[in-house]
Every structure is written in structure tokens, then in C-alpha cells.
Design a protein around this ligand. Structure first.
Ligand code: OAK
Length: 837
């Protein structure tokens, strides 16, 4: 009975001596225990890496305790849960973030100290978890942190790629890709759940059978693979809540390739089993462009199928009636990548639960929400012939969804076939495709943009037709980033300074409080301490730069940073052309003028998709320009150019706090939001940026005078593009700014070497060739003016410091806590569920 159960629990609790303790002595004991029994090294001799492993396991134990308590509490209270479905999560390192969110950083530091280690050094031993490409993937990670911190009953679901995003190495200035085997040294942050497994099926045929006098479709799959769960605890800050990020790995099922076993081909059948594992092997490294590859589709369905089986099992444990599904389950589609979920839920409800199509459809339309992360109109498509062989039943379901949708549309808008064709989920043509965005919009109750500007474009361009049909679905949820990682973890000096001057650490849970820094805007002591923090961060960065590239940089120089994926629309090329122009100016200056120049260190970093030739040429150009300028003794410290290799989350944590200026140069109307800008803003770095994505909203918070704004506005971009095309035939050299023409000519003529190699790169901005789609030519003048304004502001350090303080003070709105609260209240309709202490 209950009494017996309680007695047993109490005995166990006392045997275990209660919860794990967090004083430095207890932590030391646990660390030594893990050195000896988990890492299996001697307690009397272990190195920094082994200390990291032991500390990580010590922290993991504490995470598991809270994770259990949180889930027991969720199970007991049965709240509506959010399931955040994403094929990418860029988590980075976990140790520092975990000890901070658990509130045991000082104790851990002291424990390590007494064992003869230093926390910072030990934390550096950890490799990044890089299961994603760029903005979308890091956003998912920030949002998980906010979901945990705000006590929401949420689960993240993703794939456990064995190889994360490739490591970038630079050979001779060229990018090379190396596999990221991040699991090589073990991963203490995950818990393998060998008993949480599901079968995922592929291929086969669909047959019709009679059941209780009704016709019923059944899918007879041809291949079965097993999905195994790996759980990654996500601790909240200032709460006991620790939620779960469940990642699936593929392994061969006992049912894999039965055929071969039965025909006696034992060896081949064992060898074939390996194929199963390849499903979750590797992350696709192409940011924003996936083209109908079977393995990618397999990954998507593998992920969707395993996640939904898990979610439905949990629902059925707590509830008996599927009518309750919309009150208990919110499924969020992070971009179109997981949108096969829609067909899969339909299949489960219709084929397995026998709910009937209309009832199932009614439920499905109430549980999905969707966020898109791109300004690109031509979205993700799945070739019908791929679906037909891999997921035949799903294809039927998609056709049926589309048939019903088209019938409903005809009633609403009549037989307007061109409009129907635009809205259709199925794209007709030589190659038939399923348009994943159309599917997601039709079935979701909410379609979110990631900034006001993005939403506007969705309504008026990208999804104009859909907006006309369902205006109420479209919402803006401006992105945010977590101040826990982007200030507390990465900039401890600034954290202490902010807390000291605000007199509280409450801003770590409530970023709006940062506005209180404005009260001290003109305080000389505050300014002095502010500058000191930046100086220390610059020193850290300078050391890193020297170690990575051998370039020595002066701390008096302005550290000017552009770090993000390499993309034509992000215009790293504009930055490099600006650098070349600066170099030309310096070369032409007399001694007197040179004395007044603000020295610069131009730092660029980012990965190019392995197949993106132009992006790779941009990286090479950056190196070629750096080589020339850095070795010009005439220039010295006045200008240095540095490419930081293998940009990732942990590199960002080092680079962002050390930046004075950061560049966000996308041609207006191309960056859905941008989140790097928010991280720099929070770290008191000034922005040099176009009026694109979320920058427009940053301006609403800090004012136009508090950053260096340049370039065509969104409405001007369209006009200029048209003008550009109408001027196509006759080259109009007079219209091309002189400085721009000169810089371009230098690259083209081989001033930086590699003349032939850079030719096609130059052509992207030349008329008659690439036609400068991203408008570098017309924005160049305005860009140089913004750069000059930045130089001028830097000379006046008081003014600069004020701007820097105002940046941090105005960054509160860009906390992902604000974004997540907005989603929770207006999209997911979930409530906080705080686990008691
Ligand atoms: C990646 C793959 C497919 C589609 C979009 C992406 C992506 O990373 N998009 C980026 O998402 C960020 C988070 O919403 C935005 O801040 C970026 O502007 C957007 O490019």
C-alpha cells in the first residue's frame, strides 16, 4: 500500500543521505570519486582534461536529480506540454552554463582550486556540441535555456548526429572541411536511454483492407530502423526546473534486412545493418538550402517518427481521449524541416487510432505552430518520387490533405487556377514536389516571423496569398538570445559590473532591468570600470588571435568584428572591399594625417557551406588581403586583418565580449532577423549595420544615433535592383563610385594574387555578369561614411563609452526570455509549471 511505499522511499532517501550537496568539500569528494571510478584515473594524478571529465560528471549527477524531480512533478500535474521540434541545436559547451544555472559556480571553482586546478582552464577542455549550422540552430539552444528558466513544461526533440557541423581548417587561405567527431572523447552531458527506443519504418507498399466493414489503408513497410533516445538535461537559472532535450540516434533493428538473413546471406546482412546507423550520422552543412536528397528525407522522417511515437505514448499514459490532444500538446515546427510531422500525426490518428479523417484533421489543425527563418521565397521542397518510394502512405496522406484544401479553396475563391496553383501544397510540373512551407501554413494555427520586418515580408511577398486567406494566423515573434550564455557565461567581468551598479543580479532572469544602467550614464567611476572590462576582454581576444594566426594586435586599436556564416547576402565582400579601401587611403596619407588615424583590427570569421564556391572564394580573398596588409611595414598597427578559423559557439563567447564594433551588412530585406547583433549589443559593442531584420527593432530601443547605420532601406532595394537591370546593356562607369571601381580593379587585376581564382568572385558584383544582386556598388559610399563615423566616435572615448553603456541598457528586449514568454502566451498557450524545492 501507500504507507509501505512511503517507508521504502524514506529509507532510500536516508541511505542516500538526501540530495547531493554543493559545498566545496562535498564537490571535491564527488570530483575525486569520478576521477577514480568514472574516468578511471588515479586520484593522485590526473590532468586538466580528466579534471573536466570528473567535474562534468559531478555536475551531471546534480542535473539528473533536478531532471528527475522536474519530470515527476510534470507527470503529477499533467500540464499542457510544448514539444519543440528542430533538426538543429547549436548547444556549444555545457559545463559553465550548467554550473551557473545550478548556482554552484563559486563552489565548483573553489573545489577545483583546492585540488590544484583552475575552473577557466578546466572549462576550456570541453568541445562544442555543434549539431546545427547557424542562426536557426543557435536560436533553438537559446530558447531551450529560456524555456527551462521560465519553468515551462517543454521538451526539445532533435537528432543526435555523430558528426556535427564540420570543423573548418584553413590551408593556404583556403577552407577545408574536417569531420567533427565530437563524441570521440565521450559526452558526459547526455544520458543514453537504451530502453527508450522506437521502430521507424521506411519504403514498402500501401494496401487496402476491410476492417469492421470499412476500408482501411495499411502501410506494409520494407525496412525498419531503431531510434534510441539520448537525453540532455537543460537546467533553468534560478529554478529547480531542468527540462529535457531528447536526441535520437539510429541503430539497426533486429528486423533490419530480414530478407538477407532468410536467404542465408549472413555476412551481407550484418554488413548491411551498418546502413541503419548512417541515418543520424551526419548533419547537412548547407545553411538555408536543401535539395531533395534521400538521406536528408530519411533523417527528417526518422526524427519525426521517433519523436511523435514518444509524444503520443506520453499523452496516452495520461489521457484516454484524443479530443484532449489540443489542450495537452503543442507541437512547434522549427522551420519547415520537421513538417512531415503533420502527415505523420494524420497517419497515426487515422490508420492506427482509427479516428476518421475529418476528426483527425480537426485535431491536427489545433496542435501545430510554425516559425519560418528565412526571407527566401523558394522554400524547402520534397520531390514526390522520393516520397513515393520512401514513404508511400505519407504521400497519399499529403495528396488527400491537398485535395481537401483545394476543394475548400475553390469554394472560397472560385476557380482561379493561377491562385490555386500558387497555394497548392503539391507543385505540379516536370518534377512534382511537395512544398513544405505551404503544408506547414495550411495546418498550423500560427505562422511566426522572427522580426517585424520579416513578418511584413511574409505578409506582403513570401506568403502573400496565404496571408489573404488566413490573416489571423500570422504573428511576429522577434528573436532573442539568452543573457545567461551571452553575458553571464561569456563575459563574467561585465556580469559583475552590471550587478554591482544595478545592486542586484535579478537582471539575469529579467533582462528589462538592464535599462537601469542608464541611471549611471555619466558616472566617471562607472565609465572607468566599463572601459576596464572591455580592455580585459580585448586582451583575452588578442592572445587568442596571436595563438591562432600569429598576428600581434594592438589593444589601442578598434576591434572590428564580422562573424557569421559566409553568405553573399551577408556581404562579407563589402567588408573586405572596405578594408582594401582603408588600406589605399593609408598608403596615400602623409605622416601627419596618419597620426590622426584610428588603428583597426579587422576580424572576420565564419564557415562557408562546402559546396558554396563563391563563399569559399570570399574566405580566400580575406586571407589574401590579410597577407598583403599585415606584411606591409608601411602600415604597421594602423591596420591588421585577421581571419578567425572554425568559428563556433565557444569562439563566439570569446570574440563577442572583446569587440568594439561589429558589422551586420546584409542587403536590407535579406536577413530574417539576425541574432549576432543582439549578442554584440548585450556586450556593449557598437553596431555598424543596415536597416535589416531585427536591427530595425534595435534602433527602436537605442535610437539611430547609437549605432552606425548605412545602406539602402528595404523599399529602396527593390527600386535599385530594377534600375540596375534596366541599365544592364550599357555599362555606366560614371555611375560606379570611383573608390569601388578601384578596389574591384585591384582584386581583378591580381593585386592580391590569384587573379584567375578571384575572377568569378568579382563578376558577382559586375554588370553584364552577376549584376551585383546584393547592391555592393550602390551601398559602398554609404558604408564608407558609416565607417568614418565609427572612427570619429572612437576618438572620443567618453562618447563611445556612453554609446556602449546605452547599447547594453537597451538590450533587454532582445532576451530570448521575452520571445519565449510571448510564444507561450500567444501561440502555445502553455503555463509555467514550477517544480517545488
Ligand atoms: C537555416 C536553414 C534553413 C532556413 C533558415 C536557416 C537559418 O539559420 N535562418 C536564420 O535564422 C535565424 C534565427 O531565426 C535568423 O536570425 C537569421 O536571420 C536567419 O537567417
Amino acid at each position: 500500500g501507500l504507507g509501505e511505499h512511503r517507508a521504502k522511499a524514506e529509507r532510500m532517501y536516508s541511505l542516500m543521505d538526501g540530495f547531493l550537496k554543493n559545498d566545496p568539500i562535498s564537490l571535491q569528494k564527488d570530483i575525486l570519486h569520478h576521477v577514480e571510478y568514472t574516468v578511471a584515473r588515479s586520484r593522485f594524478s590526473f590532468d586538466d582534461f580528466e579534471a573536466y571529465q570528473a567535474l562534468a560528471h559531478t555536475v551531471r549527477d546534480r542535473l539528473i536529480e533536478r531532471w528527475h524531480d522536474t519530470h515527476i512533478y510534470f507527470k503529477r500535474t499533467k500540464p499542457k506540454r510544448l514539444y519543440f521540434l528542430s533538426l538543429e541545436f547549436l548547444m556549444g559547451r555545457s559545463l559553465s552554463n550548467s554550473v551557473i544555472n545550478l548556482g554552484i559556480e563559486d563552489q565548483c571553482a573553489e573545489a577545483l582550486n583546492q585540488l590544484g586546478f583552475e575552473f577557466e582552464v578546466v572549462a576550456e577542455q570541453e568541445g562544442d556540441a555543434a549539431l546545427g549550422n547557424g542562426g536557426l540552430a543557435r536560436l533553438s539552444a537559446c530558447q531551450m535555456d529560456s524555456l527551462a528558466t521560465l519553468d515551462y513544461p517543454a521538451w526539445g526533440y532533435g537528432l543526435r548526429y555523430e558528426y556535427g557541423l564540420f570543423r573548418q581548417i584553413i590551408v593556404d587561405g583556403f577552407q577545408h572541411e574536417k569531420p567533427d567527431y565530437w563524441l570521440n572523447f565521450g559526452n558526459p552531458w547526455e544520458i543514453e536511454r537504451i530502453h527508450v527506443t522506437y521502430e521507424v519504418k521506411f519504403y514498402g507498399t500501401v494496401e487496402e483492407v476491410e476492417m469492421n466493414g470499412e476500408k482501411q489503408k495499411v502501410w506494409i513497410p520494407g525496412e525498419t530502423v531503431e531510434a534510441v533516445a539520448y537525453d540532455n538535461p537543460i537546467p533553468g537559472y534560478g529554478t529547480r526546473n531542468t527540462i529535457n532535450l531528447r536526441l535520437w540516434a539510429a541503430k539497426p533493428s533486429s528486423k533490419f534486412d530480414l530478407e538477407a538473413y532468410n536467404t542465408g546471406d549472413y555476412i551481407n546482412s550484418v554488413v548491411n545493418r551498418q546502413k541503419a546507423e548512417t541515418i543520424s550520422n551526419v548533419l547537412y552543412p548547407d545553411d538555408r538550402s536543401h535539395q531533395g536528397k534521400e538521406l536528408r528525407l530519411k533523417q527528417q522522417y526518422f526524427f519525426v517518427s521517433a519523436s511523435l511515437q514518444d509524444i503520443m505514448r506520453r499523452f496516452k499514459e495520461e489521457h484516454t481521449n484524443f479530443d484532449e490532444l489540443p489542450e495537452k500538446v503543442a507541437l512547434h515546427l522549427n522551420d519547415t524541416h520537421p513538417s512531415l510531422s503533420i502527415a505523420e500525426v494524420m497517419r497515426m490518428l487515422v490508420d492506427e487510432e482509427h479516428l476518421g479523417w475529418h476528426k483527425a484533421w480537426d485535431i491536427v489543425c489545433k496542435i501545430f505552430s510554425f516559425t519560418t527563418h528565412t526571407m527566401v521565397t523558394d522554400g524547402e521542397k520534397i520531390p514526390v518520387d522520393l516520397l513515393e518510394s520512401l514513404l508511400p502512405r505519407h504521400l497519399e496522406i499529403l495528396y488527400e490533405i491537398n485535395f481537401n484544401f483545394m476543394e475548400e479553396l475553390k469554394k472560397r475563391i472560385g476557380l482561379d487556377y493561377s491562385r490555386l496553383a500558387l497555394l497548392s501544397i503539391v507543385e505540379e510540373g516536370a518534377m512534382k514536389n511537395i512544398r513544405m512551407a505551404n503544408l506547414a501554413i495550411v495546418c498550423s494555427h500560427t505562422v511566426n516571423g522572427v522580426s517585424k520586418l520579416h513578418l511584413e515580408k511574409l505578409k506582403t511577398k513570401t506568403f502573400k496569398e496565404f496571408y489573404g486567406l488566413y490573416p489571423e494566423k500570422f504573428q511576429c515573434k522577434t528573436n532573442g538570445v539568452t543573457q545567461r550564455r551571452w553575458i553571464v557565461v561569456s563575459n563574467p567581468g561585465l556580469r559583475d559590473l552590471i550587478s554591482k551598479w544595478l545592486g542586484t543580479e535579478a537582471w539575469i532572469r529579467d533582462a528589462d532591468l538592464l535599462s537601469g544602467l542608464r541611471d549611471h550614464l555619466d558616472n566617471a567611476d562607472f565609465h572607468l570600470e566599463w572601459k576596464m572590462v572591455k580592455k580585459v576582454n580585448k586582451m583575452r581576444l588578442a592572445e587568442y588571435i596571436e595563438a591562432m594566426s600569429g598576428v600581434k594586435v594592438s589593444l589601442d586599436a578598434m576591434f572590428d568584428v564580422q562573424v557569421k556564416r559566409i553568405h553573399e547576402y551577408k556581404r562579407q565582400l563589402l567588408n573586405i572591399f572596405g578594408i582594401i579601401h582603408r588600406y589605399n587611403c593609408l598608403k596615400n596619407m602623409d605622416k601627419d594625417s596618419r597620426r590622426k588615424v584610428v588603428p583597426r583590427v579587422c576580424i572576420i570569421g565564419g564557415k562557408a557551406a562546402p559546396g558554396y564556391e563563391i563563399a569559399k572564394k570570399i574566405i580566400k580573398l580575406c586571407h589574401a588581403v590579410a597577407e598583403k596588409i599585415n606584411n606591409d611595414t608601411d602600415i604597421g598597427d594602423l591596420l591588421k586583418v585577421v581571419f578567425i578559423p572554425d568559428y563556433n559557439v565557444s569562439v563566439a563567447e570569446l570574440v563577442i565580449p572583446g569587440a568594439d564594433l561589429s558589422q551586420h551588412l546584409s542587403t536590407a530585406g535579406n536577413e530574417a532577423s539576425g541574432t549576432g547583433n543582439m549578442k554584440f549589443l548585450m556586450n556593449g559593442c557598437l553596431l555598424l549595420a543596415t536597416a535589416d531584420g531585427s536591427t530595425v527593432e534595435i534602433i527602436e530601443e537605442i535610437g539611430e544615433d547609437n549605432l552606425f547605420l548605412f545602406g539602402a532601406k528595404v523599399h529602396e532595394v527593390e527600386k535599385r535592383r530594377q534600375k540596375r537591370l534596366s541599365n544592364l546593356a550599357p555599362l555606366q562607369p560614371a555611375k560606379i563610385p570611383l573608390h569601388f571601381a578601384r578596389v574591384l580593379r585591384m582584386v581583378r587585376d591580381g593585386y592580391f594574387g590569384h587573379k584567375d581564382y578571384f575572377k568569378s568572385l568579382c563578376e558577382t558584383v559586375e554588370f553584364g555578369f552577376g549584376n551585383d544582386y546584393y547592391l555592393l556598388t550602390s551601398d559602398f559610399g554609404s558604408y564608407l561614411e558609416a565607417q568614418a563615423a565609427a572612427d570619429k566616435a572612437f576618438v572620443n572615448q567618453d562618447k563611445w563609452t556612453r554609446m556602449s553603456i546605452l547599447s547594453v541598457a537597451g538590450s533587454g528586449r532582445f532576451s530570448s526570455d521575452r520571445t519565449i514568454q510571448d510564444y507561450a502566451e500567444s501561440t502555445w498557450k502553455i503555463n509555467p509549471c514550477r517544480c517545488p524545492l
